[in-house]
Design a protein around this ligand. Structure first.
Ligand code: ADP
Ligand code: NA
Length: 330
């Protein structure tokens, strides 16, 4: 392939993406399509590692795919698919599980955090090997680059270690994936607790902006966002995390620099900023909502797009798996 290949996935574990997912991840996936041969998957196998409802999962998988399309993932240029429709993912994951050290997997901080929350006895073995499945996702496609946030760095390091180990033990099979750090990626914080990141699992309903929620509700949440003492609109995440977060969102959605915004709001109050920002957010989100609805209204067409995506993905993943099986003596 001529263009470098990129792979990324998102879990269908919420009824809607939130603004942090959009600005921190998915919006960048859209841009990457211009320069990269992109593979994007809805990782439903990952989504069953911490308990789930079948009906809810099925719906969330569809809604996630619909949102990706609505935001601008182009199924003609890129490969968009659902992980469970490509059986090579768990097949390669098993092989990789067998070259992953128990101690090595035990050092994954995300597992430590998540299993601590669930109670160590209750956490599933699937949750434990989650990063190995993630390594399989990446290595199956010989991805050159993986867009990663800080929270995923350790998993990508494990992926690289496993690729290296397999290549050394059984012969060169996998490309070595590099982290792709997207510059200008906005870290969005919780509207009610602006020192914490906006998160589907940790944020309260009023701290979270969901892409698919009622525009009037979004506007209301922004108007009631926690701001800081003082009245001046200045950017300082340390001492004014609330206002700084609003400026970050504003800048990310409009392309205006933070300095420019600070100048524009000199002498104005938090209320003015919030009112304008609410309009900006709703204007961006409304067409995404309309397109998402359009994709969801035609389930047969959505299924067809995803089936084509899975077929495109399998053309690559099955070739990699065949080589792996051959190397290991199957
Ligand atoms: P959550 O943290 O809400 O559980 P995920 O872990 O599913 O969300 O994240 C999916 C993607 O969205 C990841 O690439 C992650 O880095 C990005 N992301 C999540 N929350 C934020 C945020 N508050 N700001 C920027 N990016 C975020
Ligand atoms: Na997360």
């Amino acid at each position: 392939h001529h263009r470098p290949r990129v792979l990324s996935g998102i879990q269908p574990t919420a009824d809607s993406f939130h603004l942090g997912n959009y600005l921190g991840a998915v919006r960048n996936w859209v841009a990457l399509q211009d320069s990269h041969d992109a593979f994007y998957c809805v990782v439903d196998l990952h989504a069953i590692t911490a308990g789930h409802e079948p009906k809810v999962l099925r719906q969330r998988t569809r809604v996630s795919a619909a949102q990706l399309l609505a935001i601008g993932i182009d199924p003609e240029r890129s490969t968009l698919f659902v992980q469970s429709q490509v059986p090579e993912h768990p097949q390669l994951a098993w092989v990789l599980n067998c070259i992953t050290g128990f101690g090595e997997a035990s050092r994954m901080t995300q597992f430590k955090d998540k299993s601590a929350k669930q109670g160590a006895e209750r956490a599933s073995v699937g949750l434990f090997t989650y990063p190995v499945l993630q390594a399989a996702d990446i290595l199956l496609y010989q991805a050159d680059a993986v867009p990663v946030g800080e929270d995923q760095r350790q998993h990508l390091e494990l992926t690289r270690d496993l690729a290296q180990r397999f290549n050394t033990t059984f012969g060169k099979t996998f490309a070595m994936p590099e982290p792709y750090i997207i510059k200008d990626t906005a870290k969005i914080t919780d509207l009610q607790d602006p020192t914490a990141k906006m998160s589907k699992s940790a944020s309260s309903p009023n701290g979270l902006i969901e892409l698919l929620e009622e525009p009037a509700r979004i506007a209301k949440k922004i108007r009631s966002a926690v701001t800081d003492t003082g009245r001046e609109i200045v950017y300082d995440p340390e001492t004014k995390p609330g206002v700084s977060n609003l400026l970050t969102i504003y800048s990310a959605l409009t392309g205006r620099s933070i300095d420019d915004l600070v100048l524009a709001y000199a002498g104005k109050g938090y209320g003015d900023l919030k009112k304008d920002l609410a309009e900006v957010v709703v204007e961006v989100i409304r067409p995404i909502q309309e397109r998402t609805r359009m994709y969801l209204e035609d389930p047969a067409q959505l299924d067809k797009l995803l089936a084509i995506g899975a077929e495109k993905a399998r053309a690559v993943s099955s070739a990699t798996l065949r080589r792996v099986y051959d190397r290991i003596g199957f």
